[in-house]
Structure formats: structure tokens, C-alpha cells
Design a protein around this ligand. Sequence first.
Ligand SMILES: Nc1ncnc2c1ncn2[C@@H]1O[C@H](COP(=O)(O)OP(=O)(O)OP(=O)(O)O)[C@@H](O)[C@H]1O
Ligand SMILES: [Mg+2]
Length: 393
Amino acid sequence: MNILSIESSCDETAAAIISGNPFSKEAHPEILSNVVVSQIDIFKAYGGVIPEVAARSHLEAILPVIHQAFKEANFTSTDKSGNPKDDWDKIDAIAVTHTPGLLGSLLIGTLTARTLAILHNKPLYAVHHLKSHIYSNWLGNERVPVFPILALVISGGHTQIIRMTEHNHFEIIGTTYDDAVGECFDKVAKILGLPYPGGPSIAKAAKNGDPKKYHLPHPQIKDLDFSFSGLKTAVLRAVQKEVGVPISYPSHQLKDLLSEQQVADFAASFEQTACEILLEKLEKALEKYPDTRSIVFAGGVSANNRLRKKCLGLLATTGSPRQRERTIGSPPVTTGRTTGARGANNLNIFFPEPCFSGDNAAMVGAAAFYEIASGVQPTDPLSLNILPRSTIK
Ligand SMILES: Nc1ncnc2c1ncn2[C@@H]1O[C@H](COP(=O)(O)OP(=O)(O)OP(=O)(O)O)[C@@H](O)[C@H]1O
Ligand SMILES: [Mg+2]
């Protein structure tokens, strides 16, 4: 089965073609093409996404991006006049992100997919964006996660711990009360005068910084839930204190008072604290669910190298004997662990390949692949709606 998938939930216009047999137990999706056009360069000038500009950019890009996905998959033939055309006979289904995301952005991808499904008479699958981020871990790895799974979804709009006991079955066991961790990276980068998107800028600046230079508090949130708005404010107050200005001082002018080294030290201290908060909760979740066989990281923040390295440290201290066997993903890791109560468990950790950690359409195709494998039926292309906010189900 070949699935054309479309993603436009935020500021990336993406299309992919993935292939595989969802009804064969051992089969996993193979990527035939994966095209992403990012609007990052447009939004660097503004320091963040402007929803209406994003929607207009999707409108311009969506058809060329889909055409490019056909080309890269070699799914083109020639028409009667000898001109190349997309070979729709090779497509068996269409999948599209219809929730959650920016309203205007979702509308462009969803309406395009609805139209193409009707025009070419293809079944249409409506995919939840967080499912796609989770299923990015089933792409490009020779090994795939084993259930039960704990998924740490860390993106620009979400911070959640999700337990999966089988495909297409999601239980949210922890969530943020306020900001998402990616949003926090973006806001802290703004305070420090680092360019959008904040995550990669902070990671770059932090390389030259001292992560212990500034002490930032860990929020005292119960159970497996998170809060990141306090951390952002803590960075703001620490910067104000460091440069000796009152809290009423305009935050967008603070960057002019910071030296390059101070920016690096703040970036490193913040990055370190954010990673510690995430991994503390993950450790708690592992204690609560000791039958966990795989941890999967999902969403843009999973590209963070400090997080990846610290995760290895977490596993080295989780149970005994300590044993690092191999790596999966990027850096793919497998560790063996023994939990006191349950005996020996092999715990696999998966990070998406960096090219799949941000928004892309290959992961939408992977999510649709496992939905089809789980018996999910196609949706009605005439009535599929978009939802800017929704819970993964
Ligand atoms: N190396 C990195 N370290 C930390 N954060 C990063 C890194 N690379 C990207 N990010 C962050 O990831 C976020 C973007 O991820 P993603 O594209 O998954 O989010 P989104 O699609 O905007 O939101 P959502 O998926 O919740 O709808 C941004 O906040 C960005 O700063
Ligand atoms: Mg996303």
C-alpha cells in the first residue's frame, strides 16, 4: 500500500509517500519520498509564527510540495502530450493532519487532502498530529519500539507523557499545566536575544556555556504533570538581577546588556534545567509503570543533544545491572535494566532521527499506516473538519 501524506499544522508544508503492507505483522512503513518546506526563514524576522502568514505560505507551497513528493518517489508518468504527470494510480490512500494546530494552517492541508481524495477517489485518513510525532520513531530505524511504551511528547505546543500498550492506543499520564517545553525554549531564546526557533539557538549558544552558572528552580508539580511558565519567568528574573535592572525593565532590551558569555551561561543553565525536569518526570513514570519496555521521545525538542546524552545517564542509574547494548535512532540506544519489583526488563530508548523530530509528512504516513493496521476506517472527505485543539485518542 502506498500512502500520500500531508502535513501543514504549523509552519512546515510537507508531503511524503510511504509504502508497506499494514496487514502484515512484521511490516513497517518505508519512506519513498519526504518533502518539507519550512517557513522558518520568514518567521526569523518576526521572532515567531504569524498564523495568517503561515496559512498564506502553505497555500503557495502545498501543490508544488505534493508534486515534488511524487517526483522523488518516482511516481510520475507522461501524459498524451509527453508531459510528466503525477501517477495517482500508484497511490492507495491519502493521510492528512487535521488536528491540533493553527486553524488557517490546518485548513490548507486538510482541504487539499479532501479535494484530492474526492478527485482521485482515494480513501482519506485523518491523523492527530501528536500520533504522528510519536510514530516518527517507527521511521528509519531497523528496530521498532516494543509495548508497553512511554512516549515523552516534547514539542512547540505540547509536553505530555503518554502510555501505549498497543498500536493506536494512547493514555495521557502527564501533561503541562501551562507552557510547552518547546515554547519555553522559544521564549527564553527571545529574552536572551537568540534567533527563532529558540530550541536550536539555545542548544548552539549553550555549547560555550556553564550549565551550573545560574541556579534555576524545578517546579514542584504533582505526579507526572509539568509546568514551564515559571521556568521562563525564573530565567527573566535571573537575567534582570544579573544585569542590575528592575523587573519593570523592557524584556526585549535585556539582550543589549548581556555579554556573549552571559548568554551562553544562561542558555546552558536553562537547557540543563529543562532537561532535568523532563527526565525527573520520566523517571517517575518508569517507577509507576515498571512493565515499560520502550521509551520514545517525540516532537521538536527531542532533537536536543543535551537531552539525548542525559537520557543515557538516567538509564545508567535506572535499576541494575547497568548495561548499554546498542543504539537505535539518533542516538538510538538500548539498555538493559532490572527493576527491583519486576525482575529483568529490557528497556529500549528511541529518539527520532533529527530529520523526523520536527514537523514532516513521513510521520503522518507512519501514523496512518498503524491506524489502518489497527482497523481504523477512512473518514468522509466531504465532511472532514479541522480542530485547532484536541486530545490524542
Ligand atoms: N535542538 C533543539 N533543542 C530544543 N528544542 C528544540 C530543538 N530543535 C527544535 N526545538 C524546538 O521544537 C519546537 C518545534 O517542534 P515541533 O515542530 O514538533 O512543534 P510544533 O509542531 O510547533 O508544535 P506541536 O507539535 O506541539 O503542534 C520549537 O519550540 C523548537 O524551539
Ligand atoms: Mg509538531
